[in-house]
Write a protein that binds this ligand. Sequence first.
Ligand code: GLU
Length: 415
Amino acid sequence: MSGAAAWAAVLDRLDDAAKLTGVDPDIHRMLRSPRRVLEVSVPVRMDDGRVEVFTGWRVHHDTTRGPAKGGIRFHPDVDALETTALAAGMTFKTAVANLPFGGAKGGVRCDPTVMSLGELERLTRRYTWEISPLLGPDKDVPAPDVNTDGRVMAWLMDTLSMVMGEDLPGSVTGKPLAIGGTLGHSGATSTGVLVTARAAFNALDLPFAGGRAIIQGFGKVGGPLAFLLSSAGMRVIAVSDVHGAIHNPGGLDAGELSEHASRTGSVVGFEPADPIAEHDMWALECELAVPAALAGAIDEDVARRLGAKVVVEAANGPTTLEADPVLDQRGIICVPDILANAGGVTASYFEWAQSRQGYAWDEETVAVRLRQRMDEAFTAVWSKAESLNVSLRRAAFGLAVERVADAIAARGLFP
Ligand code: GLU
């Protein structure tokens, strides 16, 4: 999916939400443009001595409800509009989860899979320095996203702290525990997907235990999710990654699969399971389908062939604009990304709060509060969908736009 298509989809969903909830047209117009877009060039000394120049972005979509919040991704498809679309997605996600944040996203257009650790560190540090005027615990708080992790966040936090001349643990989330990260951050997105999936099944009166699930993507979110769904009694019958997909109607052993994937680098070749084309995986009859990879995975064609009763969006933007009405017509319930994958940013909120307070919570406190927040967000969206008689996506966008609009109205327009 191109960045332009991703941004067009966000605008379409925003326009619909504004109409649905009747927000002030001036506020609606304000939300149609990002607050600021910074494009930077990132020169990096490569291991062979040559200098390669990458392009990076950091976008703040809206910061009315609090500091800008959102991940940083390293991927060849990153561009200004994709980053803007994802930043707007964060504005709406933090509003649905009722967190005191605005929406941001950043990224560098690069292929980290062909870069050495040293090259990645130099890229991260130079990119951080270039976007540093925007960053800080009260301004903009990055986190991991596609192809970035705790190690990248540690480099980012170190670079910013060195530049500013003070220790700034609250300037980034998803940090390693050794420098003020929180317990429970790494699996938080997957836990949130589990909580919202279970809540959706309950609300729909569908049994969760014994249900069949398919997962597209076996990375930071899809991997732990296979384990969580199996532990909750679901049968995970197929999973895919960039290399291919595997299927076992009797259910895959999530623990053994994860061990196989970390040993071989892919789910492909796992036994007992048969290879299956990802195209055919979507059509498998099951109760739950979880897209946990990149944007645009469920297009109109996949939506027509989808064999699941419920879709829970672990990835950002996995369902295209054209696929939405097809899912609705087919009676397939879709729990949208800005609700379903908000567990990650909710754990980030907990980490930010702990870093600022200099007081670490225990694991149980993080787990209980995460479940509680995700349940509250689900209930708020579900009630909105019932009262407006619309899909969960339209309700989630409606709820988010209302909350952001309330904040904009309360603060008023400067100057
Ligand atoms: N990258 C995650 C997301 O898209 C987490 C963002 C954050 O914690 O700031 O929601």
